[in-house]
Design a protein around this ligand. Structure first.
Ligand code: FMN
Length: 445
């Protein structure tokens, strides 16, 4: 009799623990049972997310976007693509005294519907709420970045700096839960790293899961660890237990290589799901089961999506750089291309040329098509004749005129990185910058 009652008590208790779940708001998503694309600055722009979804990612995180970068943007639907864009006018081109419109965040309301989580970089509850309000009606969740260790993030008190100020981090999450959840009916989550000791991590996780969040992602590295150091999974069980006691879904992140690998890890560590970053960056077909797709297939799909959504050429090339193996002959040629047309030609995608020309027109890159990618000339032929020089001057002038009408496009990886670094510096400062330049997706790792 006693034994039966004892068993019943244990079952009721464990069922209660298993069943406990912070309610998922009607327009939000449950992270349980999901393999998801990680937030990645530069690598998590819209075409990369669409590609991850195509290959089977259950949910996608957008790149961390700093609250100050979002505040002051205007939301518009791009009539050509149907995408929703948050943009701002910047005085980026100060030399030429020209204002330019720059897209800070872009999403696809159809293909990403119910599957996109917006990640915010913040160090202040009020700013976090103000920025979250701008997108909350268009996304399935808001996630707070509390794991970026880069100085540009931490000096602003954001990212991994929040791990050292748990009260501030909790107050940001509470403010989002109190203000965003009732109004927009989506959930709030957080992404953190391990602290130095299990006891410290446990205390932090206990504090965070009590704020009303629906999900927590643990990047299984400590703040000082380099990305190439293997993820540490020894604290996972404890973290999962604390999350489950509070009814919060727990995703694991760090060295997850594919859906098949994720499934094994999830079973082993009893997490609710897994998040993939670098493996998805180089080949997003890791989200399907079985072997990876050939790079040519993923690259063709990627560039098709990039053109469909009018992605910047600089960012597109940055991603191609991640996806194309460095040793294949087309790699170097592709890196010198200055337009989508040149890029598609270099990659042998003749069937995409019409679309590429249209995209070049829209993005103001068409004039560059006249200039073929630079090729090394034999020494004796290096001096260009006068006619060539004049043609180049005419093209440059036409291009400059075109540029005044269209958003600036970073043409090289260095341009993109420099622009993002500058944005980061401006938005990390405590005082808002009057001349804040165009944030692509300002900040962090
Ligand atoms: C290019 C790049 C950009 C990243 N940007 C972000 C970011 O915006 N927000 C964030 O929380 N983590 C960011 N991270 C960290 C990843 O989300 C992830 O936590 C980390 O790479 C570990 O996962 P992995 O071992 O699968 O790569 C970034 C990582 C990379 C490689």
């Amino acid at each position: 009799m006693f034994f039966q009652r004892f068993i019943r008590t244990i079952m009721t208790t464990s069922e209660a623990v298993i069943a406990k779940k912070v309610p998922i708001p009607p327009k939000g998503v449950d992270y349980r049972g999901k393999v998801v694309l990680a937030p990645m600055v530069r690598s998590g722009e819209l075409p990369s997310r669409l590609l991850a979804l195509h290959y089977g990612a259950d949910l996608v995180w957008g790149p961390e976007t700093v609250d100050r970068a979002m505040i002051g943007t205007t939301r518009r639907i791009n009539p050509r693509t149907g995408c929703i864009e948050w943009s701002r006018v910047t005085s980026n081109n100060a030399k030429k005294n020209v204002d330019e419109e720059s897209v800070v965040y872009r999403l696809d309301p159809v293909r990403e519907a119910g599957r996109l989580v917006f990640q915010i970089g913040t160090s202040d509850p009020e700013r976090a709420v103000a920025a979250a309000r701008l997108v909350a009606g268009d996304v399935a969740g808001i996630d707070v970045n509390a794991g970026c260790p880069k100085p540009f993030s931490t000096t602003g008190g954001m990212g991994a700096a929040l791990l050292r100020t748990p009260d501030k981090l909790a107050s940001i999450l509470e403010a989002l839960v109190q203000n965003i959840v009732p109004e927009y009916q989506i959930g709030i989550s957080v992404k953190i790293r391990l602290l130095e000791t299990p006891a410290e991590t446990e205390a932090l996780v206990r504090r965070l899961v009590a704020t009303g969040i629906t999900g927590l992602t643990i990047h299984c590295r400590t703040t000082p660890m380099r990305p190439r150091e293997r993820a540490i999974r020894g604290q996972l069980k404890m973290i999962v237990d604390v999350c489950h006691e509070a009814g919060v879904a727990c995703l694991m992140n760090g060295d997850v290589e594919s859906r098949d690998h994720a499934q094994k890890l999830v079973e082993e560590h009893v997490t609710d799901g897994a998040m993939i970053a670098t493996c998805a960056e180089s080949n997003p077909s890791c989200f399907r089961t079985g072997p990876l797709a050939d790079w040519k297939e993923t690259v063709e799909r990627y560039i098709t999506y990039a053109m469909e959504v009018e992605n910047k050429l600089g960012n597109t090339k940055f991603m191609l750089n991640q996806m194309i193996p460095g040793k294949v002959p087309v790699f170097k040629e592709m890196m010198t291309c200055k337009t989508f047309t040149q890029t598609c030609r270099a990659l042998g995608f003749e069937h995409l040329m019409e679309r590429a020309k249209e995209t070049d027109e829209i993005l103001g890159l068409a004039v560059k098509e006249v200039n073929q990618p630079k090729q090394r000339q034999p020494k004796g032929e290096q001096k260009s004749n006068k006619a060539d020089k004049k043609r180049k001057r005419d093209n440059d002038e036409a291009h400059a005129a075109n540029k005044r009408l269209v958003p600036k496009v970073a043409e090289t990886r260095e341009d993109a990185v420099l622009a993002e670094n500058k944005i980061t510096q401006d938005f990390s400062a405590e005082q808002p910058s009057q001349s804040a330049p165009a944030p692509a997706a300002a900040v962090a790792v």
